[in-house]
Ligand binder design. Sequence first.
Ligand code: CU
Length: 204
Amino acid sequence: MRLPCLLLLSAAPLAAATVEGVITYQRAPSAGALAWVPGVTRAAASAAPVIDQKDKVFTPAVLAVRPGATITLRNSDSIQHNAYASDKAAEVTLDTGLNAPASETPIKVDWTAGKVVRFGCKIHPSMQVWIAALDTDAWAVPVAAEAEKTVRFTIADVPADAARVAVWTSKYGQVEIDLASGTGSGQLGPADKPAATITATRRP
Ligand SMILES: [Cu+2]
């Protein structure tokens, strides 16, 4: 009987790959940054997303969810906080009002996929967090590397033929890098005076 074997083969998914990238800034690194591979759906449901307000800091500092998802905003401090956004480009205006200590407030992410929206706290102007609506489960927040102006990201478990990776920064804009050949590069900021260069590689 050969048929069962054929069925198994045809149902086998493409081997997963990993996209690794390096962002090298010319000046100060961007406070907010996010990298993603578009259009990846993972079977495992992720945990309910939470942003914590603790010690006058939003944690995590950058979070991505599917459009339509609801994030739980938790206040773990003993003082009031707030979260608001006023982003004309993304058409997002939102204000949670005052968030009492030890409270939880829902934030509905009902804006267009691909938009990253900054939220602040009206009580503490130094507080900020970026929330992205993404049509993918494959994303990562770049983290500081060994060199001062270098950050790295790793997006695991993407399709073996993943052909693009997008990189967004709060300070220098956004770029999409072509990975069709397995490796690619891009830059942020003006073409004649880039604020950052990016290299990315897809590994089996
Ligand atoms: Cu606050």
